[in-house]
Design a protein around this ligand. Structure first.
Ligand code: UTP
Length: 288
């Protein structure tokens, strides 16, 4: 399987993060010193994905601008001898090849993915990474899925175990563990009631899919919340092609959830040696 493209949907409203996201895309909120979406693109690049397809909208141009040169800023940094900073901002511009596709109405994650049909339908397989889902571990989350997709030649989705009282926030799978941490998916359900969830294995925002998903998504009717749910398309793809779920090893932060967003900020700031001691002292002083 040759996998070089990644679809990153960033066209949602970000209503959980209002009022912060009234005029700033959720995916551009900073986590320590980088916007959320930069972490996602870096994970893709470190996993060998080179072509980034943003599913975007009229208010989100700032996302693609972030991955482009800013010549005036660069000239100013050069003039002022700020070579370190200059290298950092140039590296972001040179990180990936970017394609932008407009989702003209935010009709759901499944609809957002379907917008990429024309650029992905000739590929063996491609990745999808949700633009506000951050994952960290020894091996990048999407790389863990790519490895299994290449060896098993099947669509693969990322899952993580969540507490019972959180299952209603996620798509949940049922399946049989075929080898440690790898499940053969039999069904998927979006945001089930706690009493109806078939397991605690929640779909997190990482997928390796094949182009059959586009025909599947065309058949999907609006589901939970009136949106075209990717999970409903995945159910059809699993029936047609088979599907594996891989339990991703690592830590995950949903940037659309304030507690997780703030924890991610602290997590990354604590990795910075120069900031660490000062930050720890200040955090301690906030606690009773
Ligand atoms: P979410 O459901 O977390 O994002 O979708 P949202 O709708 O923006 O947020 P809330 O729930 O209102 O706070 C996950 C990802 O899918 C994108 C979002 O931008 C986000 O990165 N998305 C969602 C789309 O691109 N299009 C859509 O129609 C819906």
């Amino acid at each position: 399987m040759n996998i070089t493209k990644v679809i990153i949907p960033v066209a949602g409203w970000g209503t959980r993060s209002l009022p912060a996201t009234k005029n700033i895309p959720k995916e551009m909120l900073p986590i320590y010193n980088k916007p959320v979406v930069q972490y996602v693109v870096e994970e893709a690049i470190h996993s060998g994905l080179r072509d980034v397809i943003f599913i975007t909208n009229r208010d989100k141009n700032v996302i693609e601008d972030h991955f482009d040169y800013n010549l005036q800023l660069e000239a100013t940094l050069e003039r002022n001898g700020k070579q370190d900073m200059l290298a950092k901002v140039r590296a972001v511009a040179e990180m990936a090849r970017i394609i932008s596709i407009r989702q003209k109405r935010a009709l759901g994650l499944g609809h957002a993915v379907a917008c990429a049909r024309d650029v992905c339908s000739s590929d063996d397989a491609f990745a999808i990474m949700v633009g506000d889902d951050l994952m960290f571990g020894m091996t990048p989350g999407i790389q863990q899925l790519i490895d299994v997709a290449r060896s098993e030649r099947k669509p693969v989705i990322g899952v993580m175990e969540v507490p019972q009282d959180e299952v209603s926030r996620y798509g949940i799978i049922s399946g049989k563990e075929s080898s440690p941490g790898i499940y053969t998916v039999s069904s998927l359900v979006e945001k089930p009631k706690i009493s109806e969830a078939p397991s605690r294995l929640a779909i997190v925002g990482r997928y390796i899919l094949t182009p059959e998903i586009f025909d599947c998504l065309e058949k999907v009717q609006p589901g939970h919340g009136g949106e075209i749910q990717l999970t409903d398309g995945l159910q059809l793809l699993a029936e047609k092609r088979g599907m594996l779920a891989v339990k991703i090893r690592g830590t995950r932060f949903d940037a659309g959830n304030w507690a997780e967003y703030l924890t991610a900020n602290i997590y990354f700031a604590l990795q910075d040696e120069e900031l660490r001691d000062d930050l720890v002292q200040r955090l301690k002083s906030l606690l009773p």
